[in-house]
Design a protein around this ligand. Structure first.
Ligand SMILES: [Zn+2]
Length: 193
């Protein structure tokens, strides 16, 4: 068994300062933060954002691929939520993460942890997709990695053009899944709804 601890970059969050800033935002938006309804809002908002932005530490536990398993391993429909860096509004959906094993295999729940690790922060979906793929390629060293993310952005569905039910799909491929057309097709066939 091998363990690899993800180097954490925890942002220095100042909850008190965030609370004051949310209060100021409410005032700027013509709201009364001293009303009964809003009194606790600055604290709640600050806490919620701190949670969105704080990655959870975990260990990537890997095992030797003793059986010599050579086919695709895919974790589908991993729930995902993140914050769009352009509007600080949530986007949420699912990630499908697959890899072609080489020397090591990994517990499937850990693939979900990797997605969550990079989702906690101000993100754009394209970068999030690439970060998950690159990180797995670098740390698990499989023959290939594929990541597909499908999500709904509230900045798109709730405001602006109000494109209800519009989903954004991104993908990132590494190694054999990128270079080999057959492997790539198989990966996309298995991740399609
Ligand atoms: Zn946005």
């Amino acid at each position: 068994m091998g363990g690899l601890r993800i180097a954490e970059v925890i942002p220095p969050i100042d909850l008190g300062a965030a609370e004051i800033a949310v209060r100021a935002l409410l005032v700027a938006l013509g709201q009364d933060p001293d009303s009964d309804h809003l009194r606790e809002t600055p604290r709640r908002v600050a806490t919620a954002y701190a949670e969105f932005l704080t990655p959870q530490a975990f260990e990537l536990t890997t095992f030797p691929n003793d059986e010599g398993y050579e086919e695709l391993v895919i974790a589908r429909d991993i729930p995902l939520q993140s914050l769009c860096e352009h509007h600080m509004l949530p986007f949420h959906g699912v990630a499908h993460v697959g890899y072609l094993p080489d020397q090591r295999i990994v517990g499937l729940s850990k693939l979900a942890r990797v997605v969550d690790r990079f989702a906690r922060g101000l993100q754009v979906q394209e970068r999030l997709t690439t970060q998950v793929a690159d990180w797995l390629q670098l740390n698990l060293r499989p023959k290939g990695v594929g990541v597909v993310i499908e999500s709904e952005h509230q900045c798109m569905t709730l405001r602006g053009v109000r494109a209800h039910d519009s989903r954004t799909i991104t993908s990132a491929l590494q190694g054999h899944l990128r270079d080999d057309a057959t492997a790539r097709l198989e990966f996309f066939a298995l991740t399609r709804r």
